[in-house]
Each structure stands twice: as structure tokens, then as C-alpha cells.
Write a protein that binds this ligand. Structure first.
Ligand code: S3P
Length: 427
């Protein structure tokens, strides 16, 4: 994809639906009794991986592509069927880690694997707590990564002090806890996205939340629901940034989930001087949403770290682009988990920013960026990471000369239609 700088961006966007909520809707629907209807679901590559894994286990799932609606005819907690082949999770860490929690409760053996990126991502973070629960889950090649091989076992509740603020780890354990013979708790160092906790009670599960601690109680059954998925703030983030860094721009981004465990990008962008207004705040299927109006702004550097990191972990590539356009220094710290994402995002962000002439120093847990305001067009490698492809497409809007994004089609992992939406705003 070749992208030229733009003088001004104006218009409205409704970004694609939330990826995390879409995955969870399919998974909880599949292990519930009865029908779950998920309206406005994200039909991206990652969510399709979750759907196809459950289809392999005999769950009837109807996809209405035109209406972006999925109907899941739930098999119940104990009604999944043994898959004939290993389950393929594609590029999706959420599919792998959350599904593993469900698989540990089944009476059949299973195996789960992914693409070349997913197969290198750390799985010890779920293998260890699941093993403490009595699960039989091993890394097939004994290297802490996929393929994971899961065999039937009896599960008991644990009180897990998670070393990481990770919603994938937390949700994996809570889903496994549905099948345990006693309550299961997860305490996080700071609160990660809480969509699983918001959704579980809607499906009929008993949970208790006390600060950073979530407890799930063993369940006999869950029941299907009707739900509507809001737009994904992680996808909206590209257009917030596009408006802020491009002169004479104003973009209205509709129906965006602003769950406080996800909305750190808004706080950071405002702290940097970003002109962002939340309009029409309301709730949809237990999640707060708003329309976001973002306008061209003069930005300043800031410090991004601590408890705020889990609330914006996927937005750090695009925050780095904002930082390159700011006055002064931005320090991003306490974010070493960036190395465990679809790519090592400390490396892939800094390498590409350097190619565009930014002043960036990678650190062990983040990066330091000295704002230069003017970037130069360059050949950018997405390394097949959707968030790198999209963040650098935004950087291209304000660069001198053309930017070429290699392997740009990976955007479809979370945002099919990203380049078309970007094009639609260009004036
Ligand atoms: C996700 C949690 C986050 C995030 C990922 C989606 C989820 O990962 O980066 O894109 O849906 O639970 P971690 O839990 O590994 O931080």
C-alpha cells in the first residue's frame, strides 16, 4: 500500500466492531444452552479463527455477512464434540488463550496451534496457572509455545496472583474456572480489560469482583443472550491520531466503546494536548460507548506508564506516532509485554519510526521518543502485524513524500476495510 501525505482529513467513520468482545461473545455463546445472537460482530480474520475452532467442535454457527450478525446455537458447557483435527487459531492470541481455558474443562483431548507469529508467542503464562488448577496442558515442543496439547482432567479452583495485567490470562483462568469443583480467583497487578467479567453474568455465571480480584464460581450451565458489539476503540485510535496530527482536520468516530479498562488512549492523547470531545455517551450490552470528535491539535510529549499501560497496550504503536509529532519528549515505560504481541512491538515500532527520521530510543520496557514533528516517507515493513501496518499508515499522512507499507493486507486481522476508510476521509 502506498500512502501520500494529506492536507486535511474530514468526515465520519464507524470503525469495525470490538475484537475482544466479538471473540468472547462467540466463545460464551458456544458453551451456553440455547441461542446467542451477536449483532454488529467483527468478522475479521481473528474472530473467524474463533468461529472456525468452535465449528470444528460441532457448534452450529450461522454467519450473516451482510448484517454482520452471528447466531451461535450453543452446545452447553459439556456439549462440545472432540475435534477431528488440531484446532487452528491463525494469528489470534485471544482465540488460543481463552479457548485453552475452555478446552481444559472438556472430556476429550485437543490440540491448538497457529500461524508462524502465534506459534512463537508465550503460552507458559497460561500453562502454569492452568496446571495449578489440575489441567493437563503441555507445549507440544516443550518450548512454552503452541502447539498446545490438552488432555481431560479434573479441575479445582485456585487463588491466582497473576504476575501480569493480561486479560487473556485472566479470562483463560476464569473460563477454566467455570469447570472447576471450587471457586477460582485471579488477582492482577493492575486491571486489564474487563469484557469477560462484564459478559459472564449476562450469560448466567456467578462472579464476584473486589478491586483487582475476580472470582468465578463453578457453573452447571450458562444461557444464550442477544448482544450488540460496539466499535473497537483500538481501531478508532488510528483515526483519533490521524485527526490530531493532520492540519485542518476534524473526524467524527461513531459508536466507540469507551470502557475505562480500554480507553487509556483518550487520556494520553488529551494529556498531550489533543482536542478530543466525547459526544452522546450511552451504554450498549453492558459496555459504555460514545461518539468521538477529534480535531487537529498541537501536541506535547508525555509520560505513559504504570497502571495505564493495560488500558492502552494495543494503542502504543499509534501513541508512538503521536509522540513523534509532539513537542518534547515522550517516555513509554512498564510496557515490556509489547515484546509478546503479534510482533516485538518495541522493535517493530522503533525500527520503522527510525526509517521515517524520528528520534527514538528503544528501552527494555518501552521507548523514548523525542518529537521532531516532521517525518519522511519511507518503506515500512509491517512484519505482518496489523497494528504496525495501520499505525504507520497514519504516520504517512503527515510525512514528506510517499510511504510504502509492505505486507499491508494484515490489517484485516482486526480491521478489514481500513485502507478504504482512510481513503474515504481524504479531502
Ligand atoms: C486481549 C488482551 C490483550 C490485547 C489483545 C486482546 C483480549 O492481550 O493486547 O489484543 O481480548 O483479551 P494481553 O491479555 O496479552 O495483554
Amino acid at each position: 500500500m502506498k500512502i501520500n501525505p494529506k492536507k486535511s482529513l474530514k468526515g465520519e467513520i464507524t470503525p469495525p466492531s470490538d475484537k475482544s468482545i466479538s471473540h468472547r461473545g462467540v466463545m460464551l455463546g458456544a458453551v451456553s444452552e440455547g441461542r446467542t445472537v451477536i449483532k454488529n460482530i467483527l468478522l475479521s480474520d481473528d474472530v473467524r479463527s474463533t468461529i472456525s475452532c468452535f465449528k470444528q467442535m460441532g457448534v452450529d454457527i450461522l454467519i450473516d455477512e451482510e448484517k454482520s450478525m452471528v447466531t451461535v446455537y450453543g452446545a452447553g458447557l459439556y456439549g462440545l464434540k472432540a475435534p477431528k483435527d488440531p484446532l487452528y487459531a491463525g494469528n489470534s492470541g485471544t482465540t488460543t488463550r481463552l479457548l485453552s481455558g475452555i478446552l481444559t474443562g472438556q472430556s476429550f483431548p485437543s490440540e491448538i496451534f497457529g500461524d508462524s507469529s502465534l506459534n512463537t508467542r508465550p503460552m507458559k503464562r497460561i500453562i502454569d496457572p492452568l496446571t495449578m488448577m489440575g489441567a493437563d496442558i503441555v507445549s507440544k515442543n516443550n518450548n512454552g509455545t503452541c502447539p498446545l496439547v490438552i488432555s481431560p482432567s479434573s479441575l479445582h479452583g485456585i487463588d491466582f496472583l497473576s504476575p501480569l495485567a493480561s486479560a487473556q490470562v485472566k479470562s483463560c483462568i476464569l473460563l477454566s474456572g467455570l469447570y472447576a469443583d471450587s471457586p477460582t480467583s485471579v488477582t492482577e497487578p493492575s486491571i486489564s480489560r474487563d469484557h469477560t467479567e462484564r459478559m459472564l453474568p449476562a450469560f448466567g455465571a456467578d462472579i464476584k469482583i473486589n478491586g483487582n480480584k475476580v472470582t468465578v464460581f463453578p457453573q452447571r450451565s450458562l444461557h444464550g443472550i442477544e448482544m450488540t458489539v460496539p466499535s473497537d476503540i483500538s481501531s478508532a485510535a488510528y483515526f483519533i491520531a490521524a485527526a490530531l496530527i493532520t492540519k485542518d482536520s476534524e473526524i467524527l468516530i461513531r459508536n466507540v466503546g469507551i470502557n475505562p479498562t480500554r480507553a487509556g488512549i483518550i487520556d494520553v492523547a488529551r494529556r498531550m494536548g489533543g482536542n478530543i470531545t466525547l459526544l452522546n455517551e450511552r451504554e450498549i450490552s453492558g459496555e459504555p460507548i460514545a461518539d468521538i470528535l477529534a480535531k487537529s491539535s498541537e501536541l506535547n510529549g508525555t509520560l505513559v506508564g504504570g497502571d495505564e499501560i493495560p488500558t492502552l497496550i494495543d494503542e502504543i504503536p499509534v501513541i508512538a506516532i503521536l509522540a513523534a509529532h509532539a513537542d518534547g519528549q515522550t517516555v513509554i515505560k512498564n510496557a515490556s509485554d509489547l515484546k509478546a504481541k503479534e510482533t516485538d512491538r518495541i522493535f517493530t515500532v522503533s525500527e520503522n519510526l527510525k526509517k521515517m527520521g524520528a528520534l527514538v530510543t528503544p528501552t527494555d520496557d518501552g521507548m523514548i521518543i523525542d518529537g521532531t514533528k516532521s517525518l519522511s516517507g519511507a518503506v515500512i515493513d509491517s512484519y505482518n502485524d496489523h497494528r504496525i501496518a495501520m499505525a504507520f499508515s497514519i504516520a504517512a499522512l503527515n510525512a514528506k513524500g510517499t510511504t510504502e507499507i509492505l505486507r499491508s493486507s494484515c490489517a484485516s486481522v482486526s480491521y478489514p476495510g481500513f485502507y478504504e476508510d482512510l481513503e474515504s476521509l481524504q479531502k
